[in-house]
Design a protein around this ligand. Structure first.
Ligand code: GGG
Length: 354
């Protein structure tokens, strides 16, 4: 029996509702695949902040370091500015554990309607690979004349050749592993940002030369946003900076039906540190506590975790169970046009696990 220690941060809002559902699915599939999960729950997030004035304790990152993986729900609360919640928990974890590849798949499941007309199930199947440790999220800058009428803010993006090359290389390797169209699209804005994004373009071209069997495309981010709507089926792996990847992956999530299906992995591909798995959606305070949030993004994120932990069979079973529930269409939450509750959807997934 292989034991895995999983650090769990359910966080805020609907994160507290979807993470227990993901844990139920993990527990159910584990045994059959010779695995056992030991969950270590951390009560970090907004409530912790209200009690202690910080999102996690000093030394919190050290507590996570020995875990095999981190399973995160959501961070964010209407009572705390978003830059405090994000910079107090999510971003430090991504940086401390060098989770430089944020992998966000978008697949149009049969039985789910895209807001785009005439798209059949399976016709949209792309992955956004977002650079996750530097770029526009580097948090370098400051205020001058803070809170005064003449205040000035300086925010500097940080792009390193090493940082860009490694995430671009990850994107090419992923395109080969996926075995589909073997196509990588790089997204920048190098016509306007003549230093950082020019460096990105150069790094992309030099890494691309290592993968002659992979087709490439370079788009400006405005054209990429347009083409996500116009020809989503043409994309396979899309690699972009921290900010652009975040925005584009919200577009791709909604193109395949709902943020409630958007799973993600924050990977340290070197496996030196634990990787983190989280639904892309936030804490959704408007629906939190009502038992109606879609648990499938968290469950699909758990499947990504299973795959990363070397349990691809278990991951495949979870993905197939989710696909079966969606194809049948009887049990689904409100975001997908249904009226089922969170637990009911998980029950349907559990019922379809072998
Ligand atoms: N599921 C984690 C979460 O709370 N996401 C919301 C969010 O604001 N994410 C920003 C980011 O991924 O950079």
């Amino acid at each position: 029996m292989k034991r895995f220690s999983i650090a769990v941060i359910a966080g805020d809002g609907v994160g507290r509702e979807v993470i227990p559902e993901g844990k139920r699915v993990l527990e159910r599939v584990a045994g059959k695949h010779g695995a056992c999960f030991e969950f270590q729950d951390y009560d970090w997030g907004a409530e912790y902040y209200f009690r202690h004035g910080r999102m996690m304790p000093p030394g919190g990152l050290e507590m996570l370091r020995s875990a095999d993986a981190i399973y995160l729900g959501a961070v964010g609360d209407p009572g705390i500015p978003d830059h405090i919640t994000l910079n107090g928990l999510l971003l430090p974890v991504r940086r401390a554990f060098d989770q430089y590849a944020n992998v966000r798949p978008a697949y149009l499941y049969p039985g789910v309607a895209s807001p785009l007309a005439g798209r059949a199930g399976g016709s949209i199947d792309l992955v956004v690979v977002r650079e996750n440790t530097e770029g526009e999220y580097a948090q370098v800058g400051g205020f001058l004349y803070d809170h005064q009428p003449e205040e000035v803010a300086i925010q500097t993006s940080v792009f390193t050749r090493r940082g860009v090359e490694r995430v671009v290389r990850f994107a090419f390797e992923l395109a080969l592993r996926r075995g589909g169209r073997k196509r990588v699209t790089s997204v920048t804005k190098s016509n306007a940002q003549g230093y950082s994004m020019v460096l990105w373009d150069r790094a992309f071209q030099s890494v691309a030369a290592e993968f002659p069997e992979v087709e490439t495309e370079s788009l400006l981010v405005d054209a990429a946003a347009m083409n996500f709507i116009r020809r989503p089926e043409s994309f396979d792996v899309v690699v972009a900076s921290n900010l652009f990847g975040d925005i584009l992956s919200d577009i791709s999530a909604i193109l395949v039906g709902s943020m409630g299906l958007a799973a993600s992995a924050n990977l340290d591909p070197t496996r030196r540190y634990p990787s983190m798995f989280e639904p892309v959606h936030g804490s959704a305070p408007d629906i939190a506590g009502k038992g109606i949030v879609n648990p499938l993004a968290a469950i699909l994120s758990a499947a990504m975790m299973l795959d990363h932990l070397g349990l691809p069979g278990a991951a495949g079973e979870v993905n197939a169970a989710v696909a079966a529930v969606l194809a049948e269409g009887r049990v689904r939450t409100r975001d997908l046009g249904g009226g089922s509750g969170t637990r009911e959807v998980t029950e349907a997934v559990l019922a379809r696990l072998p």
